[in-house]
Design a protein around this ligand. Sequence first.
Ligand code: CA
Length: 228
Amino acid sequence: LNRAGILLVEDEHSVAQFVAASLSAAGMAPRIAATAAAARQALQAAPAQLLIVDLGLPDEDGVELIASLRPQLQSPILVLSARSQEAQKIAALDAGADDYLTKPFGTGELLARVRAMLRRASLAPAPARTLRIGQLMFDRESHALEVRGSPVHLTPLEFRLFERLARSPGKVVTHRQLLADVWGQDQVDQLHYLRIYMGHLRAKVEADPAQPRYLLTELGVGYRLADE
Ligand code: CA
């Protein structure tokens, strides 16, 4: 069995040790880099299947590191951020990070996030024609959406919003990314569009729109489609 090689970029020794120990115990092979420069060297020495990047690094901003790595890097990036780094966290997602964890986090949360990201990465780049999540079924080619056995009719805009989230089930998509891709680059500040159309979409898809099962809110960040 191939152990997942994970590069952990974290300068805080206790956090690095905790994360590395959790990943090792779960059968993964973590390497630790304490600076952005060390991370670049480590990646040159050997590729990693997944990167975990702390945003507060001593030698370089974590967002800059992610933005500079992303064009050449296929591997998913999980960001570790402090509660005070909300804006940087969103910037990191827009720069190409795939998901985030807010400190402090537990082992269970860390491993669930890492496993989901590795699973998605191994499925890419050819997603199955039919997406099934719980009682939701989406046919990517015919654009048919069914929930709890009944067809759901979406307006073109609702469809574009749903389809954008369905491109990467389980992955958070920021408000900015959704607005840019669904409404256009010049509409990225129109957060109310997103709220209104997400409300419409939930009313059609969710059994209880107030407690969504599929269309999940990432408070202050964006939305994600559940992946199981
Ligand atoms: Ca740090």
